[in-house]
Ligand binder design. Structure first.
Ligand code: V47
Length: 377
């Protein structure tokens, strides 16, 4: 390390963290707070990039994917959500199995690897709907991987199935479920839960479902929704909870920080997150989550420009070509057509000096990984 960088780290109070990284010592709560306290994001990024390159070398993963939101009807009333319609709202919809297959067939020309399926908690949907949904996706696109159902949805599916979670997961796997997305984690804080999403699973229940999923051999992602009412302490605690759970189960593939978009929500008075804040979340997550293989920059919420920079701030995964996204419209697009062409995504990664690797939902590389650039993770 150059003298200049050394004195810069010392000036920002992060030199002890640098030594921890070199010696493979874990960061703790105080380290997490120190990372949030400094304004010197370049030093935080320098540390995060060391860990990123140690785990994933120069690689930047991406996936060709499609999002399907099978219903917007939801009885949870989360204050941060602009997507849901309460059960009696005329804006509510449920996609039929045929609608879903039609949606997939529109992308017949695209070599999709992953179909990401999430939705509201619609109390009217029967158990069979969820099984038919997965079967229908696999029929419409054989070979595609299905990443479906957050821990919140799985709890609802179990409720309507009225049988143990283990059996539900076995049924979903038999129907073709490959892995689960990370949504619905929000912030693991009783205060934030009470304030913003009190009707949803509480934190311990979320952990129980995630453990059951991982025990069933189904891997998942995990998220953190930031940029609303959460405190720095709550964010560090959230990340450390995830790290503990990963020590126990090893089932998380990827962490996805989600930038809160206040548009059309009950929190619309809050500002949107800045580029600085978005890059900082990526970098701090990379440093605290030493046992999670991948950190994702989700460009739909941060813009492609910030996602590209994130490849030097700890992220090794850019999600994705993302055909059709409805949960937020942070980029101001009301057409629901939020999509990056494969060529644009590749150009973005190349320009940043990273090596693009197309992956499937389970992080298997589709394109061969050049030996010189592969990481250890
Ligand atoms: O669960 C809801 C969040 C999630 C807003 O696992 C909002 O690979 C910002 O989880 N502003 C859905 N966020 C998205 C999600 C996701 C996205 C991309 C990849 C993966 C993955 C997962 O979005 C919800 C909720 O946490 N959300 N409202 C909002 N206004």
């Amino acid at each position: 390390m150059s003298r200049l960088m050394e004195s810069r780290l010392a000036a920002s109070g992060l030199d002890a963290l640098y030594r921890k990284i070199l010696n493979g010592i874990r960061m703790d709560l105080c380290d997490g707070l120190a990372l949030y306290q400094t304004r010197d994001l370049t030093s935080v990024a320098f540390l995060a990039n060391l860990v990123r390159e140690r785990l994933n070398g120069n690689l930047a993963y991406f996936v060709r994917n499609l999002h399907i939101n099978y219903t917007n009807i939801c009885n949870k009333g989360c204050k941060f959500c602009s997507f849901y319609a309460p059960p009696t709202d005329p804006r509510g919809y449920v996609l039929s199995i045929h609608d879903i297959q039609d949606q997939i067939r529109k992308y017949d020309e695209v070599p999709l690897r992953e179909i990401h399926i999430v939705a509201g908690i619609n109390p009217k949907l029967p158990y069979q709907y969820y099984l038919d949904l997965i079967t229908a996706v696999k029929d419409a696109r054989p070979g595609v991987q299905v990443k479906a159902f957050t821990m919140i949805e799985l709890a609802q599916i179990q409720r309507v199935a009225n049988k143990p979670m283990e059996e539900v997961l076995a049924d979903l796997k038999a129907a073709g479920l490959d892995c689960c997305p990370g949504g619905g984690a929000e912030v693991f804080s009783d205060r934030v839960h009470e304030e913003l999403f009190r009707a949803k699973l509480d934190n311990d229940e979320w952990f129980d479902v995630a453990k059951a999923v991982h025990r069933a051999g189904v891997r998942s992602n995990v998220t953190m929704l930031y940029g609303h009412i959460e405190t720095v302490e709550e964010k560090v605690t959230h990340l450390l909870h995830i790290r503990d759970l990963q020590d126990e189960t090893g089932g998380f593939m990827c962490f996805v920080p989600l930038a809160f978009d206040p548009t059309n929500t009950e929190l619309s008075h809050l500002p949107i997150t800045t580029g600085y804040a978005n890059l900082r979340e990526i970098a701090i997550a990379r440093l605290l989550l030493d046992n999670i293989p991948h950190i994702k920059a989700f460009w739909v919420m941060t813009t492609p420009a910030v996602a590209q920079l994130a490849l030097w701030y700890g992220a090794d995964d850019v999600d994705g070509t993302v055909s059709h996204y409805e949960i937020t419209h942070a980029m101001g697009d009301n057409s629901h057509h939020q999509e990056l062409a494969h060529a644009e995504l590749l150009a973005m990664i190349h320009e940043a000096g990273r090596q693009p690797v197309e992956r499937d939902a389970l992080y298997n590389a589709i394109t061969p990984i050049p030996l010189t650039t592969s990481g250890r993770g």
